[in-house]
Design a binder for this molecule. Sequence first.
Ligand code: ATP
Ligand code: MG
Length: 585
Amino acid sequence: MSTSFSPIPKPPIDKFEVTPNLNYDTDLDGFDWQTIMDELDWLPGGGLNKAHEAIDRHALNPETANKLAMIWEGKNGEREDYTFADMKEQSDKFANVLKSLGIELGDRVFIFMERVPELYFAFFGILKAGAVAGPLFSAFGPDPVKDRMEDAGAKILVTQPDLRRKVTEIIPHLPELQHIIVVNKDNRDPEPLDAQDLSYEVEMAKASAEFQITNTSQNDYSIMHYTSGTTGKPKGAIHRHHAVIQQYSTGKWALDFHPDDLYWCTADPGWVTGTSYGMIAPWTNGVTQLIYEGGFRASYWYELIQKYKVTVWYTAPTAIRMLMKAGDELPKKYDFSSLRFAASVGEPLNPEAVVWGKDVLGHVFHDNWWQTETGAILCANYASSEIRPGSMGRPIPGVELAILDEDFKPVGPGQDGNLAVRPGWPSMFQHYWQKTDMYNSRFKRGWYITGDTANVDKDGYFWFVGRADDVINTAGHLVGPFEVESALIEHEAVAEAGVIGKPDPIAMELVKAFVSLKEGFEPSEKLRRDIMRFVRSKMAAAVAPREIEFIDSLPKTRSGKIMRRLLKARELGLPEGDTSTLEDD
Ligand code: ATP
Ligand code: MG
């Protein structure tokens, strides 16, 4: 992959104020997952439970019981603080509520809530009861909620009054659903409960604050997440408690958690990043987290970093591009001196954005790669290593990644192919719920096939090329949309770009770009030609876009990913397929 950005060196380790947890270039000899397993607590009965590792082990330790686990800021500016001991008490109570309702090992309990503290109490209560937590993004409409709960056979739904009202029509269609528990946080909602619903507050008031965690085996299921739906109908990936081993260790290695950190993960728990890295990884590492209920606003996000003295920040390319769109003057008004480490996941992070982070926030974004299916980060740029802007870094210790050709055999450095993982990493998904054939189809010649196209350079850094389905074949050249999009957003007027292959009788496919502009720029023929010229100066003319179309905003999933399949369907006048995760305009 060509890039016009040079590597950004990291200072030698001893120049860091905080020594990185992992020196990737020297620490890996003789790596063994057993070392990590020994760092966890495990249950007295020999089992493993994410809630014990994340919450109770700190709550039961006098040195950490009163340490803050969660600093919550509500959307109306409210603030609530919870220690690990508080988290234990609340989640114990909720586990008792579930038990009193007959919940057993392996039952699915779904959460459809805003980011309020009760979401987190419920989540860990579910795990403690031995049930499987299925978090749903609160912006979903009734149909996506129905599809997922029906597919999973959910027995209980934990929700909030306005969200409960939003899904009223689907309830009769969920025969396995036994109870709805409604959290009326701070009595925000004045309307009475539906007669068939249970009040969270009433049930919690009755529940004992002592609960003995179910002695779950490391192989028992813990969490299920539906994928983002970027490439098609979302699939329910199910994970086991065993995944905690890698969620904990990648928190240390890829996000470089240290005990005094104040961490902010901007992902919602409705997506896997919001549970693996918005709950399990930070709390198993005993780190204090900021949870912000509100949505995106550039100025307020900057203010949150300053106000809470955030030290480690994990966000996504779509958010970074929105911050970039808001301009370089705004961040100058804020103090980011607390920030020590910034990371990004979810989509390829354009090199432009990596460098912007360094110039404007004083920190490069450390891109890392993983999927709902992988449960945890598998490839990362580390605190200790040089950053190669545009690269997703190097494999997590203990994880084997490879690039495979169409026969699923490894290829050499620099060659594009299927990004694959050697099965057996601790946080590997165990199943696509109700979709055994699809699950099995992802494994070939002893590898798990990720569905992404990438290459690896001679130093072992991996470079994302595109989703396998999105790679464009134009006049015999294979073009990854990411490379073209990255060149486009280097232009001063371009905020976001989505690139597709448009069928063409001669070239097979033409590269077509959809572009949204930064504030202060208007679409014009002159600007179109200027962007075209600019991209041609950056990349070979044969792979530069032949067509550029200006659009106000790109279609994205609710988790913020550009939906190129939708751009393509719209371009060709074809059916749009599953749009259950499409963001509202
Ligand atoms: P679906 O599987 O339903 O189409 P999805 O693949 O977008 O949706 P997720 O599991 O949320 O669902 O996303 C994982 C995918 O996101 C990866 O396979 C990859 O395509 C993309 N991705 C995640 N992180 C990165 C990254 N750092 N660089 C490039 N791509 C990334
Ligand atoms: Mg996927």
